[in-house]
Design a protein around this ligand. Structure first.
Ligand code: HEC
Length: 146
C-alpha cells in the first residue's frame, strides 16, 4: 500500500503535469491563431472580398497536383505525404519530415518565422509562384482540422 501522504504527493504531481500540458497546448493554439489572424488581415488587404479561410481549398492546395510544379514536387503532399497525419519524406533528400496535421504534431504552425520561411521556399517549388496570404491561411486551416 502507498502511504497516504505519498499518495497525495503523487496525485498533486500528476495534476500539475496535466495542468502544465493543458497550458502548453493552449499556448500553441494561441500562437497558431495569431498567425492565422495575421494572414486574414493580409488576405483582406490583398482582396477586400476575402470571406474567410477554407479547409477544402487548403486540402486542394495540399494534395495537388499543380500544373506549375516540377514533376516530382507538384504537390505539397509530394514531401508531406497525402496523409498529413503521417510522417513525410522529402522528395529529393529522402529525409523524414514530421507530420503536418496538428492532431499528430501540435507544434505545427506555431513559429511565425519558421512558417513564413517554409512557405517562401515550398510554394514556388510546387506552384511556380509564391502562395497568397489566403492560400497560407487555407493550408493551415485544413491541417488544423486533420
Ligand atoms: C521538396 C519537399 C517539400 C515540398 C514539395 C513541400 N514542403 Fe513544406 N516542408 C518541407 C520541409 C523539409 C519542411 C521543414 C521540416 C519540418 O517542418 O518538419 C517543410 C515545412 C513546411 C512548413 C512549416 C510548418 C511549421 O510548422 O513550421 C510549411 C508551412 C510548409 N512546409 C508548407 C508547404 C506547402 C504549402 C507546400 C505546398 C505548396 C509544401 N510545404 C511542399 C519540404 C517540402
Amino acid at each position: 500500500m502507498i502511504p497516504h501522504a505519498l499518495r497525495r504527493i503523487l496525485l498533486s504531481t500528476a495534476l500539475f503535469a496535466v495542468g502544465a500540458g493543458v497550458a502548453y497546448a493552449a499556448g500553441e493554439s494561441a500562437a497558431r491563431s495569431a498567425i492565422l489572424d495575421g494572414y486574414a488581415a493580409q488576405a483582406k488587404a490583398e482582396a477586400p472580398i476575402f470571406a474567410g479561410f477554407s479547409a477544402d481549398r487548403g486540402r486542394a492546395l495540399y494534395l495537388g497536383p499543380h500544373a506549375g510544379g516540377k514533376a516530382d514536387t507538384n504537390a505539397c503532399a509530394a514531401c508531406h505525404t497525402p496523409n498529413p497525419a503521417a510522417a513525410g519524406r522529402h522528395a529529393k533528400t529522402g529525409r523524414t519530415i514530421e507530420p503536418m496535421a496538428v492532431s499528430a504534431n501540435p507544434k505545427r504552425f506555431t513559429d511565425r518565422a519558421e512558417v513564413e520561411k517554409r512557405f517562401d521556399r515550398d510554394c514556388p517549388n510546387v506552384l511556380g509562384r509564391a502562395c497568397t496570404a489566403a492560400e497560407k491561411g487555407d493550408f493551415i486551416t485544413y491541417l488544423s482540422g486533420q
